[in-house]
Design a protein around this ligand. Structure first.
Ligand SMILES: Cc1cc2nc3c(=O)[nH]c(=O)nc-3n(C[C@H](O)[C@H](O)[C@H](O)COP(=O)(O)OP(=O)(O)OC[C@H]3O[C@@H](n4cnc5c(N)ncnc54)[C@H](O)[C@@H]3O)c2cc1C
Length: 416
């Protein structure tokens, strides 16, 4: 194992925090540089699912047709703000190119390796009290109102069972009424993934922060990296709004904002911000006992120990920071269609986050092709929380020159 020396991790999200932790474990002196507040971007208000069941990439056969159809409805949770943005249209074109069975299966296997590794790591971190985040392993329930849609999932279940060894349990509407009293009667049924877990994302980030600081890390907030200064194929220092910072090695873990650093990285970073929303509130009286997704409305419900969250929506609207009330209404309406007690006032937080979306649904976990001492860990799409710990472990292994515990090839940045 190589001595990794001093490392600056750019970005204080869940991916940056995980990289920092695993690098510290290998003896690195770590500084995290965060443009705003540690843990306050996309890693703050997400749905908190740690879900190895989400192995299939978003780009799958038929995805374009079903998305276009859904977008015709004014209540669609998916939208693209029409505009002249070459990068967005190239992204969409490449997304369409990946909507085939071969790419879906190859992507699925790569994602599964990272998801499984991350789940093992989370379980260890929780068991060893490294993080304290309201961890619960209670599964994830996909509830359907329409029989036809419930049954249509059969082929996906077959694929997941046979190819990925990730079978779901099917419940009838009657069984749902017996086991899940928070649901309104009359649902067609559900598919249940018993091995998924969930946590409270803001507690996780709080806990990571305390753990990293206790172990000697430095966290610099309100510190934006504006430039990566380089000579002879090495990153030498970072130009920030708080002056110049130097280190032996660097990790770029800047989520959806990574394209702003593209010109310094020597490679293409085709990441688009996929904006999602959530509402956080106290637990309703008749609270679901397990996390749920309502695929017909694309709304997710997370019953946390200390609260309750509704989340969803995918807007490709650039780096737009507004919170649209009509989007939040969709969350409430979606939950209302399925749950007896769908939400609870007062809402404590209305939130949005930019998911770092790549067109092939895979993250980038790789060394920069032009800077020998800089690694990139970004583009974790809709499941960055679920893939963060495996990513951190992989980055630390790559940087120390150790054999990676999973094959990093599918995550190479040169694939674009
Ligand atoms: C509604 C919603 C629900 C979701 N639900 C789930 C879920 O249930 N399970 C799951 O696994 N995932 C979920 N996700 C996805 C997940 O939240 C993201 O994939 C993940 O948070 C990405 O983490 P990150 O560390 O890469 O990015 P971020 O958390 O965005 O962190 C990147 C950080 O880098 C900083 N930064 C950027 N540029 C600079 C710079 N130049 N200098 C310094 N700092 C910089 C930013 O300020 C930010 O803090 C959800 C997302 C949304 C929006």
């Amino acid at each position: 194992m190589k001595d990794v020396g001093s490392v600056i991790v750019i970005g204080g999200g869940v991916v940056g925090a995980s990289c920092a932790h695993y690098l510290q474990q290998r003896g690195a002196h770590v500084t995290i540089v965060e443009k705003k507040t540690f843990g306050a971007a996309c890693s703050h208000g997400n749905c908190g699912f740690v879900c190895p069941s989400h192995v299939l990439p978003l780009a799958e056969p038929g995805a374009i047709r079903s998305t276009m159809k859904a977008m015709l409805s004014p209540k669609s949770p998916f939208s693209i703000k029409p505009r002249l943005d070459v990068k967005l249209w190239m992204w969409l074109l490449n997304f369409a190119r990946h909507c085939n069975e071969h790419d879906m299966l190859a992507g699925g296997h790569a994602l599964q390796a990272l998801l499984m590794s991350s789940m093992d790591e989370y379980e260890r971190l929780v068991r060893e009290s490294v993080v304290n985040c309201e961890w619960q392993k209670k599964g994830l329930l996909y509830v359907y109102k329409e029989q036809q849609r419930l049954d249509a999932y059969e082929s996906t279940n077959q694929l997941l069972s046979e190819t990925f060894h990730e079978p779901a349990i099917k419940y009838t509407g009657k069984q749902l009424e017996e086991h899940y009293p928070s649901l309104k009667p009359g649902q067609a049924g559900a598919w249940f993934y018993e091995h998924d877990a969930h946590l409270r994302p803001d507690k996780l980030m709080e806990s990571w922060k305390a753990k990293l600081l206790n172990s000697g890390a430095i966290i610099k907030e309100d510190c934006e990296v504006q430039q990566i200064i380089q000579t002879d194929g090495q990153a030498v220092s970072l130009q920030t709004n708080q002056g110049e910072l130097t280190a032996d090695r660097f990790v770029v873990a800047t989520g959806a904002l990574t394209p702003f650093l593209e010109k310094f990285l020597g490679c293409k970073i085709p990441i688009q911000p996929g904006k999602g929303y959530s509402l956080t509130m106290p637990r309703p009286k008749v609270c679901p006992t397990v996390p749920m997704i309502f695929p017909e409305r694309r709304v997710a419900v997370t019953p946390m120990e200390s609260g309750y969250r509704l989340g969803s929506i995918m807007e490709f609207a650039g780096y737009d920071e507004s919170i649209k009330p009509e989007r939040l209404k969709l969350l409430r309406e979606g939950a209302d269609a399925f749950l007896k007690d769908p939400y609870c006032e007062p809402v404590e937080e209305e939130w949005f986050g930019w998911r770092p979306m790549t067109y092939d649904s895979l993250p980038i976990i790789d060394r920069s092709p032009s800077l020998q001492n800089l690694w990139i860990a970004a583009g974790h799409n809709m499941i960055g929380l679920s893939m963060s710990t495996g990513t951190g472990k992989l980055i630390a292994e790559m940087m120390s020159g150790d054999k990676p515990h999973i094959d990093p090839t599918p995550f190479r940045v040169t694939r674009f």
